[in-house]
Design a protein around this ligand. Structure first.
Ligand SMILES: NC(=O)c1ccc[n+]([C@@H]2O[C@H](COP(=O)([O-])OP(=O)(O)OC[C@H]3O[C@@H](n4cnc5c(N)ncnc54)[C@H](O)[C@@H]3O)[C@@H](O)[C@H]2O)c1
Length: 449
């Protein structure tokens, strides 16, 4: 779906009006294409005094094939800035952020990437360290709103022991794969899984993995299928009977498989389990993408529309996942992804049913991440913001245009942006990424992000 306003804002008349009327100015975002290096340019790495992650960061960048330096050259443009803030242990020490970033921010290339790395706040051993590490969130979210030009700022908290499990996460947040992900807080090692294997083939990290995506025939689900297949996974799409033809065509195009059915049906868990067992043995990646909206203010809400939205978003995914876990049909190292929404975090007028369901997804996945960690299975949430799919075409025009522009990128995200985030989570190198809630929303300007 093309963004006509974005094209207009980049033609000569549009540029003039945007500048003089202070209108939103959506930059063209760089996105990754198969065969590209992860980062086209150099990443500058800095550290606060007393920080300990230097060798791990260098090793991770090397494993990703990313060129890095620790010496800033005044006239050079950097595609990324990484700052190890783990050593900051007092409020006064936070000045290290200003000392590193202020002189080099003008050297950040367009669509540049900033990653701040901290230590897990709940592992801080002094009050000063707790203050400083928690402060990194405010810093990250504010800088995200400042950088502009399609650049992003994200914060990675690293738990003790997980220092060697950073390559996949750094690779994602420094590359164009994270084009629409900004102001997020990522916790590596938070659920106690602290190791991750080295990934040899950066182009096909999911080779040999089996992925099931629900709601797969269009929108975000279709992009998930394409991106997971691009990265080497065998994909199984599931969708409802009316979309059977599209689903079949997509699965065939990707050399994958498909299941036709409604996830809320009583026999859905058994049918899915039987299909997986018979044709694939088990799955490694389970993406609960299917979702619908039935928007009405609560005073006009019909019980059946409440029930349907909640069951499709969280009830059915929970039943299906539990059945697959009981039947041991999710492999060790596997990943369950719940799709929430910014509405589940910030709330939305006319969406009490949808926002309840999507907040419920977050609760469910975080509980699952704790309970499944002992089996080496991970669970994470993606909370999309305004993504350009058919779902958002039902929003009234004015509201739709506001939703599209009210983020740091001044534009809606593309389905591939969610898919790239899922592919990062599914990467074996992300084995220590569990229990996370990642917004793919261009950094919302109002409410939570
Ligand atoms: N598009 C956005 O801006 C946005 C924002 C936040 C969250 N999300 C979430 O992302 C997910 C995908 O959204 P989308 O925009 O691609 O929507 P979409 O309407 O384009 O696609 C949803 C898919 O889910 C399938 N589906 C619906 N009910 C089903 C059921 N009972 N059983 C099996 N399949 C079913 C549909 O047939 C469809 O293929 C949803 O969970 C949605 O809530 C989307």
């Amino acid at each position: 779906m093309s963004d006509n306003y974005q094209s207009f804002a980049h033609n000569p008349i549009g540029k003039f009006l945007v500048k003089n009327l202070g209108l939103p100015n959506p930059p063209f975002l760089e996105r990754w294409s198969a065969g590209d290096p992860l980062v086209k340019g150099t990443v500058l790495v800095g550290a606060a005094t007393g920080s300990t992650l230097g060798p791990s960061l260098t090793a991770a960048l090397k494993a990703d094939g990313i060129t890095s330096t620790t010496v800033a050259a005044p006239t050079k443009k950097y595609k990324g800035l990484v700052f190890d803030a783990t050593g900051i242990d007092s409020a006064e020490g936070l000045i290290a952020l200003q000392e590193f970033f202020t002189p080099v921010l003008r050297n950040l290339a367009s669509c540049g990437r900033i990653v701040v790395v901290g230590g897990a706040v709940d592992e801080a051993t002094t009050e000063g360290a707790t203050i400083a590490q928690r402060a990194l969130e405010g810093f990250t979210r504010s800088l995200g709103k400042e950088v502009g030009a399609g650049s992003t700022v994200n914060l990675v908290y690293v738990s003790k022991g997980a220092e060697k499990a950073l390559a996949s996460t750094l690779g994602f947040f420094l590359s164009p794969k994270s084009a629409y992900v900004s102001a997020q807080v990522i916790r590596v090692g938070a659920t106690g899984i602290i190791t991750a294997p080295a990934v040899k083939d950066l182009q096909k990290p999911l080779a040999g993995k089996i992925a099931l995506v629900t709601g797969a025939s269009r929108g975000l689900g279709e992009a998930d299928m394409r991106t997971l297949a691009r990265d080497g996974a065998t994909v199984i799409g599931l969708d409802v009977p009316p979309l059977q033809d599209d689903l079949k065509a997509l699965a065939e195009e990707l050399g994958g498989d498909f299941i036709v059915g409604d996830i809320t049906a009583d026999d859905a868990p058994a049918i899915i389990a039987a299909h997986i067992k018979k044709h694939h043995g088990a799955v490694d990646i389970l993406v609960h993408n299917a979702g619908i909206t039935r928007d009405k203010r609560l005073r006009n809400m019909k019980a059946e529309n409440w029930q349907l939205v909640v069951d499709i978003s969280v009830g059915a995914p929970q039943r299906i996942t539990d059945h697959l876990l009981d039947q041991k049909l999710i492999n060790q190292g596997g990943l369950v992804v719940g799709i929430a929404s910014i509405a589940g975090i910030a709330g939305n007028n006319g969406q009490t049913n949808y926002a309840s369901a999507k907040a419920g997804v977050i609760g469910w996945i975080q509980s699952l991440a704790d309970r499944a960690a002992q089996d080496g299975i991970r669970a994470n949430v993606i909370a999309p913001g305004f993504m350009e799919t058919e779902m958002v075409q039902t929003i009234p025009l004015g509201l739709r245009e506001a939703g599209r522009r009210m983020n740091s990128m001044s534009q809606g995200g593309l389905p591939v942006d969610v898919a790239e985030a899922i592919a990062w989570m599914a990467n074996p190198g992300s084995a220590a990424v569990s229990g996370n809630v990642i917004g793919v929303n261009g950094q919302m300007l109002i409410g939570a992000s």
